[in-house]
Design a protein around this ligand. Sequence first.
Ligand SMILES: Nc1ncnc2c1ncn2[C@@H]1O[C@H](COP(=O)(O)OP(=O)(O)OP(=O)(O)O)[C@@H](O)[C@H]1O
Ligand SMILES: [Mg+2]
Length: 179
Amino acid sequence: MIAEKESGLVQKGLNMKNEMEVIFDAVSNNESFARMAVAAFISSMNPTLEELADVKTAVSEAVTNAIIHGYENYYGYGRHGELQPYFTTTHPGKVRVYCRLEKGILYVDVEDKGKGIEDLSKAMEPLFTTKPELERSGMGFAFMEAFMDDLEVESVVGEGTCVHMKKKLGNGAWIDRED
Ligand SMILES: Nc1ncnc2c1ncn2[C@@H]1O[C@H](COP(=O)(O)OP(=O)(O)OP(=O)(O)O)[C@@H](O)[C@H]1O
Ligand SMILES: [Mg+2]
């Protein structure tokens, strides 16, 4: 027990497996919910502020994509801060966010059952967007790639898209570094 207590691995919970899953309506209001849910889930790992910001940004980008591209639900994503673009429609649909913490690594899947991506390698190129009318900049996948350690995307036209991301969380809070 003492040996276990002294091991930093046990103290930080690094050897524990922990999973969570949330499924929510594909509407813009739920984007911040998803970001906060993942941030709360990883808080037991004492992530640095930078790690936390990176994960929140990557989750936001993937969830936004599921809502506006997967299901084409544009409410809340109008131009110049307008809530409702003139072509707004709302399609029913759910986004699933699954997270697993294992050996200090965060695995996140963001999945939709929307329209899917026709040309995945083109979609993942920086600055490529199919929604310039919504003032999208085509940088979502580039940010996910930059802020996480690994990114893989699976997509089938007419069936949906699943974004798999991984990030090592291990620096811990400054107070832990003393031991
Ligand atoms: N879940 C998805 N379902 C369908 N198409 C998607 C999905 N995610 C991304 N795409 C396609 O990939 C393109 C690139 O996505 P990316 O996130 O890089 O840029 P964007 O969303 O267009 O712009 P930004 O993220 O900078 O606002 C999108 O324009 C869209 O065509
Ligand atoms: Mg995007």
